[in-house]
Ligand binder design. Structure first.
Ligand SMILES: Nc1ncnc2c1ncn2[C@@H]1O[C@H](COP(=O)(O)OP(=O)(O)OP(=O)(O)O)[C@@H](O)[C@H]1O
Length: 475
């Protein structure tokens, strides 16, 4: 978790806390009232739109797991998007009940600034609120308000870096191999499956495939299948007719039709449930879709690029992912390496993000101190490039000198103790069983990029037991 080194919240800050647990609200209110001017609380996220319209908050602390949908965090993600739609400058910090890194990373992808896990350390929560308030004020001062990611059809992209493709930075052998495959496959109409942990750049690669293809002048339409509720799946993907269901005042094309003549990016396809998989397969096989409430199929001309961070071949072996769908989407497969395996790319990427955010926030930020570089290299980066990007952005904002120092860096997970792969590490000098267990859990999580299934396998635990330990040790 982040060290409590961030600035304290400004005394005049205003914070909104939304959580369905009254005890949580009381505890946070008691903590914050000594540090900030205003703390508003709400037990239901339904109050969010009104509160955000009436008040400008420096920070919104939003629970991910409201009781109705407690296991997936989807409801929290929907409210997060809703908050940004109402107040594009809102800086939202998610509260998650069980330290699910995947879910938290997903929230950050949807625009959350940070996350804290329950039970929280007070210093950590205060640091998160302080950093959020600084971020909001910096963004307001620079005119760069936070909002949904710009559409792919937005402003022109920067020039292609030498040897790279699209916006991808990195020259490691693994990334060069990725560029080569992208260049070869892009001009064909082959379906592409991109595999890799969260935040490794799968969507950037998908965009690069589109931009280097004959469809570049057509649309690039992205759909996060993990975030589409099953009840909305068909209408979202295939569209609906006017009056097909309550609220369908007009007919609407789905994502397949919207991508006609271009590329459809099916993100997180490994998270699609069995019914959704069957519907996708049918649409891909027939190359046609039927809008909800209609009976006549419509032909669609799309090139499909898919991505997932789940071990999809294992899912096929377990019977959880359809083999025929996998074969349909994986004509060409690309694997993106985790950041911790890309060697010097880490420095290239850190410099790239430093230049970007120094420019955006009007900071001098001439580079990193040696200590800061060493810490960047030592860390395991479970959230990969996205996490590095957020870490550098925060550091640019927090830095007081003209170089980013060690103390300006805040990490979401504790750095691995000792060498990543060996038997060493400070924790192993102790014979305290709890300490040893804590260290093992932490290392397994870092090694598997926060993937609970893999970490649990390696530790010889069930997922449930691993969750219990994550909670117990506050990881
Ligand atoms: N090689 C790279 N060079 C520059 N920026 C990168 C690179 N890889 C990723 N990024 C940046 O990191 C962030 C995450 O990338 P992206 O969304 O493509 O990852 P992803 O693998 O699709 O993540 P997820 O699995 O969570 O969907 C984005 O802001 C992207 O611009």
């Amino acid at each position: 978790m982040l060290p409590p080194s961030a600035a304290a919240p400004p005394p005049d800050a205003s914070v909104l806390v939304v959580d369905d647990n009254e005890d949580v609200l009381t505890a946070i209110r008691l903590l914050l009232r000594d540090h900030v001017q205003t703390v508003h609380t709400a037990t239901s996220p339904a109050a969010l739109p009104t509160l955000l319209r009436e008040t400008r908050y420096d920070c919104v602390l939003l629970d991910m797991n409201f009781s109705r949908d407690a296991s997936t965090g989807r409801e929290g993600l929907r409210w997060l998007e809703n908050a940004h739609a109402i107040d594009p400058g809102a800086v939202v910090v998610m509260i998650t009940g069980y330290g699910d890194v995947d879910l938290a990373v997903r929230a950050m992808k949807h625009g959350a600034a940070d996350f804290v896990t329950k039970p929280w350390a007070n210093a950590r929560l205060l640091a998160a609120v302080g950093a959020a308030a600084q971020l909001r004020r910096q963004r307001e001062a620079s005119g760069a308000v936070a909002g949904p990611a710009p559409p792919a059809s937005g402003p022109p992209r920067p020039a292609v870096p030498e040897g790279g493709v699209g916006e991808l930075v990195g020259q490691s052998p693994a990334m060069r191999a990725v560029y080569e495959t992208v260049r070869k496959v892009a001009p064909t109409d082959a379906n592409v499956l991109i595999l890799g942990e969260n935040g490794t750049g799968k969507e950037l690669v998908a965009e690069a495939v589109h931009r280097l293809s004959g469809r570049a002048a057509g649309p690039f339409v992205s759909v996060d299948l993990g975030a589409v509720p099953p009840s909305l799946f068909e209408s979202e993907l295939f569209g609906h007719a006017k009056g097909a269901f309550t609220g369908a005042a007009a007919g609407r094309a789905g994502r397949f039709e919207a991508a006609a003549g271009g590329t459809l990016f099916l993100d997180e396809i490994g998270n699609a449930g069995p019914t959704e998989q069957a519907k996708l397969l049918a649409a891909l096989q027939r190359r046609e879709v039927v809008r909800v409430g209609e009976s006549a199929p419509r032909r669609v001309d799309v090139r499909v690029v898919s991505a997932t961070n789940v071990p999809v071949y294992e899912r096929v072996a377990e019977g959880a992912f359809r083999q025929d769908l996998l074969y349909r989407i994986n004509t060409v497969e690309l694997r993106l390496p985790p950041l911790r395996e890309r060697g010097a790319d880490l420095d290239l990427l850190a410099d790239h993000f430093l230049a970007r955010y120094a420019g955006a926030y009007g900071r001098a930020a001439a580079g990193f101190t040696d200590g800061a570089r060493a810490r960047l290299r030592q860390y395991g980066w479970p959230g990969n490039v996205r996490e590095l990007q957020h870490t550098v952005e925060r550091a640019v904002i927090l830095a007081e000198g003209d170089r980013i120092a060690d103390a300006d860096l805040q990490f979401s997970a504790a750095p691995p103790s000792g060498d990543a792969g060996g038997q060493g590490g400070a924790a192993l000098d102790t014979l305290d069983l709890e300490e040893l267990e804590r260290a093992a859990v932490r290392r397994a999580l870092a090694k598997h990029g926060g993937n609970i299934t893999h970490a649990a396998d390696e530790l010889g635990l069930t997922r449930k037991s691993l969750y219990r330990r994550i909670e117990k040790y506050g990881l």
